[in-house]
Design a protein around this ligand. Structure first.
Ligand SMILES: Nc1ncnc2c1ncn2[C@@H]1O[C@H](COP(=O)(O)OP(=O)(O)O)[C@@H](O)[C@H]1O
Ligand SMILES: [Mg+2]
Length: 240
């Protein structure tokens, strides 16, 4: 059985800066892997390289055994890669449903089918009752759920979540943890960039730690958090 996602030796360079250096990661259907590390470690850049938004200098990305590293973002989305963006930018002038329809059209050319897929994504995140509201009316917690619905509208088999839980209050956090758990239980492979350790420890069996573009640790959450290199990476960033 091929793994859901298998990325090998990904390197991304911006001019002289090596933002991601030789990072590999792999996961299976239903698994949630956490990706943590101080600000600027290269987490979002790694997501961009895996989903096609940033050009990798080197490395391969296989989705259920097929190489996708040469494909543009929309083609990777059609093959089952969904993602949220760290800075979500809903189209303020559009309704909640219209925002989700845009990615749904990547999978369904037919309007009725795209609408059904978009409504299903809204149901999964508990936003279907707000479908016809302008997205500008949503509070932070609901904007995050909208961002998740947009990622789900491509019916992903591998899902990338970039700090989806940052800034949520405890009830909204608990709710979002529940959504992510049920998505994994439904068979989606999930990679999650997250600073909120409660979410990481509750959801991830496995965590990868990046610092200065490099993978410095990989293992169970408790194990990596006690790794001296990881402690040092976080403390080193704290007085910047
Ligand atoms: N488009 C870009 N052009 C140049 N440098 C970038 C670009 N995107 C990110 N970087 C740099 O790459 C490094 C990693 O950034 P990023 O992936 O956003 O880190 P993280 O998500 O871990 O906080 C940072 O030094 C950042 O300034
Ligand atoms: Mg980031």
């Amino acid at each position: 059985m091929p793994r859901a996602l298998e990325a090998e030796r990904i390197t991304v360079q911006f001019g002289g800066l090596v933002a991601v250096n030789d990072v590999s990661l792999a996961l299976d259907t239903g698994q949630i892997v956490g990706l943590i590390g101080p600000n600027g470690a290269g987490k979002s850049t790694l997501f961009n390289a895996l989903t096609g938004y940033a050009k990798a200098r080197r490395g391969t990305v296989r989705l259920f055994g097929s190489n996708v590293e040469r494909l543009p973002p929309y083609a990777r989305a059609r093959r089952g890669m969904g993602r949220t963006f760290q800075i979500e930018r809903p189209f303020e002038g559009l309704t909640v449903l219209e925002n989700v329809l845009i990615p749904a059209f990547l999978r369904h050319a037919n309007r009725a089918e795209a609408e059904a897929a978009a409504m299903h994504a809204l149901e999964l995140v508990g936003l279907s009752d707000r479908a016809v509201q302008p997205s500008s009316d949503l509070n932070l917690a609901r904007r995050r759920r909208l961002e998740l619905a947009k990622a789900l509208a491509v019916q992903p088999r591998v899902l990338f979540l970039d700090e989806l839980m940052a800034g949520l209050n405890p009830p909204a956090l608990k709710e979002m943890i529940g959504f992510v758990r049920s998505l994994a239980d439904s068979g989606i492979a999930i990679v999650m960039v997250e600073h909120i350790m409660q979410a990481v420890t509750e959801l991830c069996e496995e965590v990868i730690v990046l610092a200065f573009g490099e993978k410095i640790a990989h293992g169970a959450p408790q194990q990596v958090m006690n790794d001296p290199r990881v402690v040092e990476a976080y403390l080193g960033g704290a007085d910047e």
